[in-house]
Design a protein around this ligand. Structure first.
Ligand SMILES: [Fe+2]
Ligand SMILES: [Fe+2]
Length: 294
């Protein structure tokens, strides 16, 4: 994966999973709502990107995305440090990218009382690889539909930008938290819990880069039509936006994030790393190999 894509194009020399920077513990961003952090920093990349997920620990606990397989042990440790596996009732997958469903089998196996909240298209696309969860444990919730989870009613709402047609975010009206899946994301210099900790210019540049790379079709959009899509989220009563690939956006920064998102179609798209960048990565790996004692 580049800083902002869903794929690792910076493999380590031995093919092992790239190392994670210092681990950031889960943070309760709203009552009984926890962001579970993962920070991915491939060798050769100038920064890092989060691979977060979330837990809503209400009357019927909801796992929101299941993290990346390369962070499996730490993810399961964090998740089951917050909730007993038998208590988990719902496992919501926002879309069919492996950084979002990467530990779905481990979670569903560990949580016998959980139902997988997906959609027809999501199950169809994941099954091309492997989906070893029987349909008797599925629940299909499409964009615009709701899910009753005991003490609250969650709403599946597609974010304005996404990289898979199966994408639905998840809105909890009892806390005002919106799980935005890939949207509202930005790369980070290292593990970062909230966007307030970022340099504002770095946030703006990273935000534009992430949205434009992850949803390259945004450059085709009419700004006014896109603003209508953005308004779907802006009309929600929000206290925080949590995203898989960035720090949480707290209440004081939400309006600024809305403004930045609306501008994405009209701003230039930074170039992605090219063959020259890959040559430099390979040269770095080779020089590291040469410097190792034989
Ligand atoms: Fe994605
Ligand atoms: Fe993603």
């Amino acid at each position: 994966m580049t800083l902002t894509d869903d794929r690792n194009i910076h493999p380590s020399a031995d093919g092992a999973a790239p190392p994670r920077p210092d681990r950031l513990a889960p943070i309760e961003i709203a009552p009984e709502t926890f962001v579970i952090h993962d920070t991915f920093a491939p060798p050769g990349a100038p920064g890092a990107v989060h691979m977060n997920s979330m837990l809503i620990r209400g009357a019927e606990p909801v796992v929101v995305d299941t993290g990346a397989p390369t962070n499996r042990a730490a993810y399961l440790d964090d998740l089951f440090g917050l909730v007993e596996p038998e208590d988990v009732r719902w496992v919501f997958i926002s879309h069919d990218d492996v950084d979002h469903y990467g530990n779905v089998h481990e979670v569903m196996d560990a949580c016998p009382n959980a139902t997988l909240v997906a959609s027809w298209f999501l199950c169809d696309r994941v099954s091309v690889d492997r989906l070893d969860v029987p349909p008797t444990r599925w629940r299909w919730v499409n964009d615009g539909e709701t899910l009753e989870v005991g003490d609250r009613t969650l709403a599946a709402i597609r974010p304005p930008l996404y990289d898979s047609p199966t994408t639905r975010g998840l809105y909890d009206p009892t806390t005002g938290v919106y799980w935005a899946s890939d949207c509202y994301a930005t790369p980070v210099p290292g593990p970062t819990a909230f966007v307030d900790e970022l340099d504002p210019e770095a946030w703006a540049g990273g935000f534009q880069t992430f949205q434009a790379w992850n949803s390259p079709w945004v450059s085709l959009l009419d700004e006014h039509r896109f603003a209508d899509a953005c308004a779907v989220i802006e009309r929600l009563t929000l206290r925080a936006i949590a995203t898989c690939h960035g720090p949480t956006i707290g209440a004081s920064q939400i309006d600024h994030a809305f403004e930045m998102l609306r501008r994405v179609p009209s701003l230039p798209v930074p170039p992605q790393p090219d063959q020259l960048a890959l040559d430099q990565i390979v040269a770095t790996i080779e020089s590291m190999s040469l410097s190792l004692p034989s």
